[in-house]
Design a protein around this ligand. Structure first.
Ligand SMILES: Nc1ncnc2c1ncn2[C@@H]1O[C@H](COP(=O)(O)OP(=O)(O)OP(=O)(O)O)[C@@H](O)[C@H]1O
Ligand SMILES: O=P(O)(O)OC[C@H]1O[C@H](OP(=O)(O)OP(=O)(O)O)[C@H](O)[C@@H]1O
Ligand SMILES: O=C(O)c1cccnc1
Ligand SMILES: [Mg+2]
Length: 617
């Protein structure tokens, strides 16, 4: 990609100041925008339509388009609106460069007139007005996220790019918000998806919108730099497996955090391992020396942030093919081996009252990893440092996290180190919403989930389905009819309000014609289902929220652009206005979206006018 000034309005100073050459930075406090977001990032048909509009003298036509979605994703009943800041930056920079025009000349047929290219070369989004919800707001089907008004040709040319900026952003933010809901407010959520994302841009966008949706950080370093998101991480299995024994440790020394007196961390760890063996009932023969060497070396590199992956070596006792774990009400773990129920010390406890049994393959038992980690952690403590915790990346995460926590608690008591009980347990491995719900049900001791594939690929539903529809041209409403009622567009220039009840919950969103009086607090509003005549309700709002703000007008951004942090907070505030039954995972209650009586009649009159009357033969 070139970065010349001619290319897409770029300011040379900007591109020189910032080393990330594929990103440009706005003069406002907006963060970088990927240079790939430019007017040619569109479908060819927008350009061919522009030419045909131009040829038919439609250059002065004024159009209104609505950008909206028809169904909430992930079988849910809410969507988080995201991507607005990117849309505004796109509008601000909207301009075809000489290079773009030259390229279009090679793509469009020979007969396309030169004057059209001259016209195209002068286009900007200056005459467009954009109304939108606040980024980070909860949004519902049919209520436009963005409304655009301006010259038909220009507003048409914006369609695809705006859709690509809003669709994935909103889907991703919604997905992340759903993970936050099932995980609860305390557990940390880290996005680990870059390696599995839909390409580099998918990877960057997912990190950004996962953060907006409620994640606490990302492993994606560039996302951290570009968007100022906290970057976090542990290490991979490769680090552990790269060491096979103690003799590979070239540096074993670690100076004491306060006194500076150096000690051999390996020696200290081996000594602790010997003692811990009886505390944790794990034989040192079960612990892998390469793993201990790897952990010691990582601890020397990061004595203040020691975090270790503990599931590399599977040391299941050889006769156990399948292990079933069960849990009683006291949250003590037991395991079943060859038909016998054993406690963690392997005593037979077949008489225990099991009120919540569950069955799951246990996988790696962590015995090597836990023993080695705890040994290094105690050695670090000797040297005045506090380790951070462990990551578990396979096996039964509920069972193993409880097992790990029990070990930590035991050490905290036996060594009189209370903080040891609270070491962080991170869990990863193909986690999705359902896994978290299931883990919650089973009981677990996980402090942090690292989530990649399911989050960033939005595996449960890979597209939101936002559309961009013409609703008015030259003050005349337009309607798109369909056999499928859900696909009939809501004609005309409209506005929308969110009505709140006395308890503070959002009750309904109402769409009405632009020229209608807004609903008033304490005054009954007739809310109608857009398509079912008999579905009507009166709502007396305790609060009325105007949903749209003017974001772009006369060539300028008209509102302060919120920071990523503001948008992230907005998501949580907005979700808190929804009743819990709208947010629940299984069969949530649909949130109502209504039209005013006026809009209802207008829509149905226009529908009848536009629907040809069939003839039966
Ligand atoms: N207690 C649990 N309840 C429900 N699902 C779980 C539980 N523990 C782990 N899982 C999920 O079960 C799946 C286990 O996947 P899989 O069998 O491929 O992993 P594994 O064999 O344990 O690990 P690996 O193949 O990486 O060694 C993962 O999606 C994980 O998130
Ligand atoms: O499971 P996800 O939700 O996608 O989270 C990201 C995964 O990426 C890493 O695995 P890695 O690439 O090393 O491969 P693995 O899955 O085979 O362990 C990490 O150990 C996680 O398991
Ligand atoms: O830091 C980690 O633990 C990490 C990063 C990316 C993918 N999986 C794990
Ligand atoms: Mg994995």
């Amino acid at each position: 990609m070139t970065t010349t000034c001619e290319d897409n309005n770029l300011n040379n100073a900007d591109s020189e100041t910032f080393s990330i050459s594929n990103y440009r930075r706005d003069s406002s406090h907006c963060f970088y925008q990927n240079r790939v977001i430019q007017p040619l990032l569109t479908d060819l048909y927008q350009i061919t339509m522009a030419y045909a509009y131009w040829k038919s003298g439609k250059t002065h036509d004024v159009a209104v388009f609505d950008l909206f979605f028809r169904n909430n994703p992930f079988h849910g009943e809410f969507t988080i609106f995201a991507g607005l800041e990117e849309c505004l930056k796109f509008l601000k920079n909207f301009h075809y460069s000489v290079g773009d025009i030259n390229y279009l000349k090679t793509v469009l047929p020979d007969g396309v007139e030169e004057e059209f290219f001259e016209y195209l070369g002068k286009l900007t989004a200056k005459e467009v007005t954009v109304y939108a919800l606040d980024e980070g707001s909860v949004a519902f089907p049919r209520v436009p996220l963005i409304k655009l008004e301006g010259p038909l040709i220009i507003v048409q040319l914006l369609e695809t790019t705006l859709l690509t900026l809003v669709n994935y952003a909103s889907l991703m933010a919604t997905n992340a918000a759903r993970y936050r809901i099932v995980a609860g407010p305390v557990v940390k959520l880290l996005e680990f998806g870059l390696r599995r994302a839909q390409g580099p841009d998918g990877g960057l966008s997912s990190s950004k919108y996962a953060y907006i949706g409620g994640f606490d950080g990302t492993s994606n370093v560039l996302a951290g730099k570009l968007f100022n998101i906290p970057v976090k991480g542990t290490h991979a299995h490769a680090y552990i497996t790269s060491f096979s024994g103690f003799d590979e440790l070239t540096n074993k020394e670690l100076p004491h955090n306060h006194s500076g007196i150096t000690a051999d961390l390996l020696e200290l760890s081996i000594e602790h391992r010997r003692n811990l063996s009886s505390v944790l009932h794990i034989s040192t023969a079960e612990a892998n020396d390469g793993e201990l060497a790897a952990m010691v070396s990582f601890a020397i590199a990061f004595p203040n942030g020691f975090m270790a992956l503990v599931d590399t070596y599977d040391v299941k006792r050889c006769f156990v093919k399948r292990r079933f774990s069960v849990q009683n009400t006291l949250n003590h773990l037991y395991e079943r081996e060859n038909g016998k129920l054993l406690d963690l010390n392997h005593n037979c406890v077949d008489n225990v009252d099991i009120s919540y049994p569950f069955i799951k393959r246990v996988g790696n038992s962590l015995r090597s990893g836990i023993l080695n980690f705890c040994s290094v952690a105690l050695a670090l403590n000797d040297q005045g440092y506090k380790p951070v915790g462990i990551r578990i990346d396979s096996g039964d995460l509920a069972y193993l996290s409880c097992l790990a926590r029990q070990s930590f608690v035991k050490i905290a008591e036996d060594y009189d180190l209370p903080w040891f009980a609270d070491l962080t347990i991170v869990a990863s491995n193909d986690i999705n919403e359902e896994t978290i719900l299931s883990l919650n049900e089973q009981g677990h001791k996980i402090d942090c989930f690292g989530i990649g594939t399911h989050l960033v690929t939005c595996q449960k539903q890979p597209a939101l389905g936002c559309v961009y529809k013409l609703v008015e041209i030259n003050n005349q409403p337009r309607i798109k009819l369909s056999q499928d009622v859900d696909k009939v567009t809501m004609p005309g220039k409209k506005t929308a309000f969110r009505l709140y009840g006395t308890e503070g919950w959002a009750v309904i969103d109402i769409l009405q014609k632009d020229d209608e009086e807004p609903p008033q607090v304490g005054k009954k509003v007739l809310c109608r289902h857009p398509f079912h005549e008999s579905k009507r309700a009166f709502v007396t709002p305790a609060r009325v929220e105007t949903l749209y703000k003017v974001w772009w007008k006369d060539g300028a951004i008209r509102q302060p652009i919120p920071t990523l942090e503001d948008v992230r907070n907005r998501v949580q505030e907005s979700l808190q206005t929804l009743r819990h039954d709208h947010l629940r995972h299984l069969n949530p209650t649909p949130y109502k979206v209504a039209v005013s009586d006026n809009l209802y009649n207008f829509l149905h009159d226009l529908w009848l006018q536009n629907q040809p009357i069939g003839e039966l033969s």
